[in-house]
Design a binder for this molecule. Structure first.
Ligand SMILES: [Zn+2]
Length: 479
């Protein structure tokens, strides 16, 4: 989360019975998807599906491959190649999913989400955070997260790295519920509470009195020494974190940051650092974190350190086009002409400034992974569609559509440490794929109109299904 208009990784523990539950869901979903495909179950209990892809984007090479077949057994891709060849390897009565009229891509990855938070757009971040923490239980936030996760999934986001603002481990509960098949949502890498200096992200406008510090402790794990930093990392790992998130304010010392990185890496966890300016990004980069989130005001020499150490930048930049189309009309309703002009000027500056920073990062050779940081409601569109638009935002800033798609597939998978599982459509990986009608290499906004989504071999959004499970929320939880 990125307050005041500014702004995971590793392996989950094994949950064997989850696979059984998931397989049950797969069968139900396929039965419901108006008969387009019925997974064939073999005597050994496995199910096989053949996806016919008219055009498949190889995100590694950037090439389109025409008339491809993707053979899927249970949750994983068994084989990909020319349709005629793959079909000859498939069982005679294999279930077919016909995407011959579509462009097929790997499922998208959003490396910076806050599924358990949905701010009301008409009030600022700090009051929103206060209202959320004081009026919503972790249980309701996990349920909100389930709704947001489903919206993400149906928009084509099959994996997220959720970076905090989840109450007391609500993200762990949601991740495990999804993995167990209780609810349908994206694969999740979670952080539990973000480590932060006293006060967390409750800023000066909403300073929390000392006798109510438990409000802060519900949202942040507070540290004020290297020893406390190590303790907080160990606690997060115990709580179920896949990755450690730290809010790198000026109050976090280089020694504390080094202790966090050392302790996290010792436990096999990566570190995601929220950092904005010279001091914060330098502290994070020098300590050797794995990703720097936001980095709106990062100097060139820190970008150089990031490139040398292969530290990812997660530019949570949004899309100017989305802002114009969605946020501005909402604002226009209540703003005076002067206020609207001021807002337009600010937006132009902010987007211009972010775009310059992205160009500098690209020129420096910093690896980049997509992160939406969407945590505010976008009237009229789902969380998922609003989040996918960040990829369009990178193109607005000068990135090629292919590079932008890579940030949300290949690169993000590498950042999560999940490159063997997701990010490309290769044999052995999860069968997470999406299909769009047009050519995303010509118009990347095609990704905001995903027609088909499969996660782990399960169809969660079908091309000819009129059913829509996810809509924008009708009301906020607390209003
Ligand atoms: Zn964020």
């Amino acid at each position: 989360m990125m307050l005041l208009g500014q702004l995971i990784f590793g392996d989950s523990s094994s949950r064997k019975w989850a696979t059984v539950a998931r397989r049950g869901i797969a069968v139900i979903v396929l039965l419901c998807s108006n008969g387009s495909a019925f997974a064939q179950t073999s005597p050994d209990g496995s199910s096989t599906v053949l996806v016919k892809a008219g055009r498949l984007l190889d995100v590694k090479t950037g090439d389109y491959r025409i008339d491809q077949g993707i053979l899927i057994v249970d949750e994983r891709i068994k084989e990909v190649g020319p349709l005629a060849v793959i079909q000859s390897h498939a069982p005679k009565d294999v279930a077919i999913i016909d995407l011959t009229q579509f462009t097929v891509l790997p499922g998208l990855i959003d490396a910076h989400t806050h599924l358990l938070q949905n701010n009301y757009s008409r009030i600022g971040d700090e009051p929103n955070l206060l209202i959320t923490v004081t009026s919503m239980s972790t249980a309701s936030r996990a349920l909100l997260g389930a709704a947001m996760g489903r919206q993400d999934l149906e928009a084509g986001i099959t994996t997220v790295r959720d970076v905090g603002n989840s109450g007391l481990n609500g993200d762990v509960a949601l991740r495990d519920a999804i993995e167990s098949g209780w609810v349908i949502g994206p694969r999740m890498v979670v952080t539990t509470r973000a480590l932060a200096a006293p006060g967390g992200q409750f800023g000066s406008a909403e300073r929390i009195p000392h006798d109510r510090q438990n409000v802060i402790d519900q949202e942040y794990s507070i540290i004020s020494s290297p020893d406390e930093a190590r303790r907080a990392v160990k606690e997060a790992v115990y709580d179920g974190a896949d990755c450690i998130k730290v809010i790198t304010s000026h109050q976090i010392s280089p020694e504390e940051m080094k202790a966090i990185v050392e302790e996290a890496h010792r436990s096999g966890k990566k570190v995601a650092a929220h950092a904005i300016d010279d001091v914060e990004t330098r502290t994070a980069a020098e300590a050797g974190v794995d990703s720097i989130e936001h980095a709106y005001d990062i100097p060139d020499d820190v970008l150089k350190i990031m490139a040398q150490k292969h530290i990812f930048l997660v530019p949570t930049d949004g899309s100017e086009e989305l802002w114009k189309r969605n946020v501005r009309p909402e604002f226009r309703e209540r703003a005076t002409p002067e206020e609207l002009k001021q807002a337009n000027d600010i937006a132009r500056n902010v987007f211009g400034w972010r775009s310059q920073r992205l160009k500098r990062a690209m020129a420096a050779g910093v690896p980049i992974a997509a992160g939406s940081d969407v945590y505010v409601d976008h009237p009229g569109i789902t969380r998922g569609v609003a989040s996918v638009a960040v990829v369009h935002g990178y193109v607005e800033s000068g990135m090629s559509p292919l590079e932008a798609i890579r940030t949300a597939t290949l690169n993000a998978a590498q950042l999560l440490g999940w490159q063997e599982r997701v990010g490309t459509l290769d044999a052995g990986k999860f069968a997470d794929l999406i299909a769009v009608s047009g050519d995303p290499l010509k118009d990347v906004s095609e990704l905001e109109r995903v027609q088909f989504v499969m996660k782990g071999g399960v169809v969660v959004k079908d091309i000819d299904s009129k059913r829509r499970f996810t809509r924008p929320l009708t009301k906020q939880s607390w209003f």
